[in-house]
Design a protein around this ligand. Structure first.
Ligand code: PLP
Length: 363
């Protein structure tokens, strides 16, 4: 297969074709360098410039001030489930808002490091909804409060930043990072693995308010301390050179081709509307998982009348060039991930397929 299909994978996920072509062109010999991006030293001027550009692109796109450090780390978002409490939970306890599987995991890992408390859980609602501000029970003495901006598996996404008073707010933004503007200054720390929306797997971006860097205990191994990485420009050890280079290309694409995050957010809202309309107009043949006000613009999750039909839906879709539509193995159903690089035509093709499928199989 050499033709590109429409890839609805939740991650690693679709990347902009223009970015892939540029990487392909540079893969054997970088212009002016004569080496591949895979061969170049992380101490070279070329790589130093690439990382600086990736960082300044992120600062421009998200409006990140110098009060925050931007780090490029390895270990995925899941390592952050441990690094966040190791660095920030120094006595007392931390609050967790649990709106899906990832937040639950983050909470459990924090409990390995110290004391973690549940400030809100949507478990009794099967992770279909979000808290109102009144439903969040924040401990005003908490070391921090953690939430998951977009729950990738359940397809629920915060519309706005939760209110937690003066407690430093920590956000797992993995599966919506760079899909829309963010209120950076409302947060103490934001982290996101790249492979949903910002690049390939291998790098995780951490945006951390510099005063919080002082919290890490001296006893923490250097590699696990944000302070180490901030003091060493994310080059304490070899950074994931290729992944950072790809983040540079993706952020440049967002700035130059898309026109920034407001424009990206408008495109994403338009794409999501096409799919949710297809669900809502289906006379309950397709049933959205998330409640209306919690619906994710990144991961559209829904069910069909039977598991049998869901299996058929996934295989017939694939035969028409629409791939990776199976829901997470823990919840089943259908999930269409429609990140930044999913073209509108792909979403439209899926909506049209959904209509044909329903007409064929609805009773
Ligand atoms: C994908 C994802 C993770 C896990 O990221 P890894 O890079 O596999 O560690 C964590 N949180 C959210 C919200 C995700 O979407």
């Amino acid at each position: 297969m050499t033709q590109r299909v429409y890839n609805f994978s939740p991650g690693p996920a679709v990347l902009p074709v223009a970015v892939l072509k540029e990487a392909q062109r540079d893969l054997v010999a970088l212009p002016g360098v004569g080496m591949s991006v895979l061969e170049v030293s992380h101490r070279s001027k070329w790589y130093t410039d690439i990382q600086k550009t990736a960082e300044s692109n992120l600062r421009r796109l998200l409006g990140i001030s110098e009060a925050y450090a931007v780090l490029f780390l390895q270990g995925g978002a899941v390592l952050q489930f441990s690094m966040v409490p190791m660095n920030l939970l120094t006595g007392g306890s931390a609050d967790y808002l649990i709106t899906g599987s990832w937040g639950k995991k983050a909470y459990e890992e924090a409990g390995v490091v110290g004391r973690a408390r549940i400030a809100y859980s949507a478990k009794d609602h099967k992770f279909t909804c979000l808290p109102t501000d009144g439903e969040i029970e924040i401990d005003t003495q908490a070391s921090y409060a953690h939430y998951t901006a977009n729950e990738t598996i359940h397809g629920v996404q915060f519309r706005r930043t939760p209110q937690v008073g003066d407690v430093p707010l920590v956000c797992d933004a993995s599966s919506e990072f760079l899909s829309r503007p963010m209120a950076i200054e409302r947060h103490g720390l934001i982290y996101a693995c790249a492979q949903k929306n910002a690049g390939p797997a291998g790098v995780t971006i951490v945006i951390v308010r510099r005063d919080l860097l002082e919290r890490a205990p001296q006893s923490l191994p250097s590699i696990l301390s944000y302070r180490t990485h901030a003091e060493n420009d994310s080059k304490y050890n070899t950074p994931p050179v290729f992944a950072v280079y790809m983040v540079m290309l993706v952020t440049r694409w967002l700035l130059d081709e898309v026109g920034g995050l407001e424009a990206m957010a408008a495109r994403n809202a338009d794409k999501a509307r096409i799919l949710y309309d297809a669900l809502d107009d289906s006379e309950c043949f397709y049933r959205a998982h998330a409640q209306l006000e919690a619906r994710s613009l990144m991961n559209v999750t829904f069910r069909l009348p039977s598991e049998e039909l869901e299996k058929r839906f996934i295989s017939e879709a694939a035969s028409q060039g629409l791939f990776e539509l199976a829901g997470h193995r823990s919840v089943g159903g259908i999930r269409a991930s429609i990140y930044n690089a999913m073209p509108r035509e792909g979403v439209q093709a899926l909506a049209e397929f959904m209509q044909r499928f329903r007409q064929h199989y609805a009773q």
